[in-house]
Ligand binder design. Structure first.
Ligand SMILES: C[S@@+](CC[C@H](N)C(=O)[O-])C[C@H]1O[C@@H](n2cnc3c(N)ncnc32)[C@H](O)[C@@H]1O
Length: 292
């Protein structure tokens, strides 16, 4: 068994997503590894619809219609579920996904092939803070619940790389959980937060004020910050049921005692995330968009 204590932050992330990756199937059969977005009139019990609505919200904010055959980057792409969704909705764009987890590249590209999208969607192994791309190479980029894995609480390196690879005028959209200010948390909440970070192999969520200041300083324009905490709440409400289904399945298979730590953590983290989500004074979920 690997002891994660000696691993670097990056190795921990890879170890976590390699260990717990397939369990995201309990959250979504298409492997959307993010929260959902609720609009009035939607059925809040239909989790796959909520998850794809988040993809749709991001897609709409990218304004891809203004380009001919745009190149779109999916930074921290997981198994490429968002790119697969968007490639079906927009038949002209080319999507390149980047993840540091090698297993996600292999399995994600297999899913892309099975859906007949391999000509327009490809996943690559790369750090999103050091992309194998030239300056000004993409019309648009998005990062769904992945920028949180970038270094520091201002995510400076991630933001700089995003700016470098976007063409002038190119748009970005990012969705994530953020800390609202960098004041110390009450000790009970700090424990929940630290445990949640540990379970999801995170170091620190971005601080919203520091992150926006960094975006502005780098040169991004027309930055829009939307608090989507209530929009994602209906998908949060699915967490206890998904978690119960996971444990029930593990119990039926007789594997509870044999689960490795990553899989146990992955089942615990969303519940801790729910507690953090209720503490609106300290945490919020934002959709941030802007252009170079
Ligand atoms: C919670 S998952 C989100 C996946 C995907 N965006 C989605 O919504 O389905 C976070 C993703 O970020 C990736 N990631 C974390 N750190 C990264 C880094 N430094 N460079 C590239 N990808 C990274 C992980 O490998 C994982 O694929």
């Amino acid at each position: 068994m690997i002891t994660t204590k000696k691993l670097t932050a990056k190795q921990k992330i890879i170890h976590y997503f390699e260990g717990a990756g397939l369990d995201y199937y309990y959250w979504d059969k298409a492997f959307n590894m993010h929260f959902g977005y609720y609009r009035r009139g939607m059925n809040p019990f239909n989790l796959p619809k909520l998850l794809n609505q988040m993809n749709e919200e991001v897609l709409q904010r990218l304004y891809l219609e203004q380009y001919v055959d745009p190149t779109v980057l999916d930074l921290g792409c997981g198994l490429g579920a968002s790119s697969r969704y968007m490639a079906k909705a927009n038949q002209e764009a080319q999507f390149s996904g980047f993840t540091i987890t090698p297993w996600q590249v292999d399995f994600g590209n297999q899913l892309i092939k099975e859906e007949g999208l391999a000509e327009r969607v490809n996943l690559y192994e790369s750090d999103f803070a050091n992309l194998p791309l030239g300056d000004n190479s993409a019309e648009a980029a998005f990062a769904l619940e992945s920028a949180c894995y970038a270094k520091g609480n201002d995510k400076l390196e991630f933001a700089q790389e995003l700016y470098r690879v976007l063409k002038p005028g190119g748009r970005f959209v990012l969705t994530d959980g953020f800390r609202k200010h960098n004041n110390p948390l009450p000790s009970w909440l700090d424990k929940v937060y630290r445990k949640n970070m540990d379970c999801w192999a995170l170091t620190d969520l971005a601080d919203i004020n520091l992150f926006i200041a960094v975006l502005k300083k780098i040169g991004f324009r027309n930055i829009k910050v939307e608090d989507a905490s209530w929009r994602v709440a209906p998908s949060f409400a699915h967490i206890p049921f998904v978690t119960l289904r996971f444990w029930w399945d593990m119990w039926k298979k007789g594997t509870i005692g044999k689960l490795d730590q990553e899989r146990k953590n992955n089942a615990l983290a969303p519940a801790l995330g729910m507690i953090m989500g209720m503490s609106r004074k300290h945490f919020s979920y934002y959709i941030i968009s802007g252009e170079k």
